[in-house]
Design a protein around this ligand. Structure first.
Ligand SMILES: Nc1ncnc2c1ncn2[C@@H]1O[C@H](COP(=O)(O)OP(=O)(O)O)[C@@H](O)[C@H]1O
Ligand SMILES: [Mg+2]
Length: 452
């Protein structure tokens, strides 16, 4: 500003200088006013930016009090700015004991020392105490300048006086993101488990298929042998008969016919077994259920086996303890079942052995509250028994226990068919070993088909 050197009243030039001076002052005032307006508009813009930010922005003074709290902060913490202004920020964070009185130190230490904030987020507290997971960045404000956290952190770390006037704390709410990530992680884990389960299932199925294939090959070898033996008998005895037709005594010829007939029956029963099994597998084992006497069915089978048992001095004992033995069954099929069990019992017992068949009242416990009235048939022998590990597999088709494989002939179809028959009746079948010796097969059949 030019110095006014003379009194305008006594110096005429001084009036002119004064006017110039006033003009310059006016000019300066106008400029200042413009700058003031600009400043206000910049500040308004800054305020609006601050409030529109999606992250919480909180300004802390060097004494730890809050001097600004934007809208996002209000939303995240559920406090109005007016409630927290000029207050210390303790209530906003879940603070470890050593930082209870010093929120700024806590924030600074956290922001500086936590390399992977997303993995160990800062925990903020909403008004109602629910936690909010936060990522933090901090900017120092030094007099007129805004300095990035990096410079600032050194002082925070050494614990020296902070040397800042205030700082801005920018907090991003990552609760939702963490939540989604956790869900994704769980989905991924579930998916992995599912895949592992399926791989396991496929492996299991493959093992089963391989075992079935092996059993089938064994069966084919066995079957050809089984078919060939009676076929040979038929051919050789018929050939013998033909050659000796003129010379042989009638008794001799009758013997040939009997052998041919026996071999033919064995062949037929084997073929019937195969047909039954393929029918059962196609779900076409239809049973004709009628009230029938179980005792009659069993006794009929026993007569068939009398001669065979006698030949080996084997005894068959039958006892019925059931109150009522007329139940709803397909008598033909149950006869076939008893025949299978009895023939096995005799086949796997030594000469002179005893086989017992008994029937008794029992229940099927499908539903604990409502047991189904049923009858049990138990066929027990004193023979070789079945290895414990094979008590289930002997019911699989073509399966024979390791105790008699390829020794006693047979095709391994009888028990598979028996199980199909029992299931078609809504019943259950199981094998066990007797405490002394021999195997014991238990069949449980519901009394009425309506109760299946
Ligand atoms: N009473 C039994 N005692 C010992 N083993 C048995 C008895 N019944 C069945 N098995 C075992 O179960 C296998 C399967 O029986 P089954 O299906 O009737 O076939 P198969 O009689 O043609 O061998 C038999 O080969 C035998 O190993
Ligand atoms: Mg058998």
């Amino acid at each position: 500003m030019a110095k006014v050197s003379a009194d305008p009243l006594i110096d005429p030039d001084a009036g002119e200088a004064l006017r110039a001076e006033v003009g310059s002052l006016r000019e300066q005032i106008a400029q200042l006013t413009r700058s003031g307006h600009e400043l206000i508009s910049t500040q308004t813009r800054m305020q609006s930016l601050l409030h529109r930010a999606t992250d919480a922005i909180i300004q802390f003074e060097s004494d730890g009090t809050i001097s600004s709290f934007n809208r996002a902060a209000e939303r995240i913490f559920d406090y109005a700015e007016i409630e927290v202004l000029h207050q210390h920020g303790q209530r906003l964070f879940h603070l470890p004991p050593q930082y209870e009185q010093d929120v700024p130190a806590y924030l600074l230490n956290y922001a500086q020392n936590t390399k992977k904030q997303y993995d160990t987020p800062l925990i903020g507290l909403r008004r109602d105490g629910t936690p909010v997971l936060l990522e933090v960045s901090i900017a120092e404000i030094e007099a007129d300048d805004l300095v990035l956290f990096d410079d600032f952190s050194d002082t925070a770390n050494t614990g020296e006086s902070a040397g800042y006037e205030a700082f801005l704390c920018i907090l991003r709410d990552i609760t939702e993101r963490k939540h989604i990530d956790e869900e994704l992680r769980q989905h991924r884990e579930n998916l992995e488990n599912l895949v592992a389960e399926q791989v396991e299932e496929i492996r299991h199925a493959k093992d089963q298929a391989e075992r079935a294939n092996l059993a089938k090959s064994e069966f084919l070898a066995n079957m050809s042998h089984e078919l060939r033996t009676p076929m040979h008998a038929i051919l050789s005895y018929s050939d013998l008969g033909r050659k000796k037709l003129a010379t042989a005594k009638p008794e001799k010829l009758e013997q040939y016919f009997n052998r041919i007939n026996g071999a033919g029956s064995r062949l037929l029963s084997m073929i019937n077994d195969l047909l039954d099994l393929s029918k059962a597998e196609a779900g076409r084992l239809v049973c004709d259920m009628r009230p029938s006497s179980l005792t009659d069915v069993i006794e009929a089978v026993l007569t068939e086996y009398e001669v065979l048992a006698d030949q080996r001095q084997q005894k068959i004992r039958f006892a019925s303890d059931a109150a009522e033995t007329v139940i709803e069954i397909d008598a033909e099929r149950i006869g076939q079942l008893v025949r299978n069990l009895l023939s096995n019992a005799l086949k796997f017992s030594a000469d002179g052995g005893v086989v017992t068949i008994s029937i008794d009242d029992t229940t099927l416990e499908r539903n604990a509250d409502d047991p189904i009235p049923a009858v049990s048939i138990v066929v027990s022998d004193s023979g070789v028994g079945i290895p414990e590990a094979e008590l289930l597999s002997v019911f699989d088709k073509f399966e024979q226990s390791s105790r008699n494989r390829r020794q006693n002939g047979g095709t391994g179809l009888g028990l598979a068919i028996s199980r199909e028959i029992v299931h078609a009746h809504g019943g259950e079948i199981s094998a066990a070993n007797n405490p002394g010796a021999g195997a014991c097969f238990t069949v449980v059949l519901p009394r009425l088909q309506a109760h299946r």
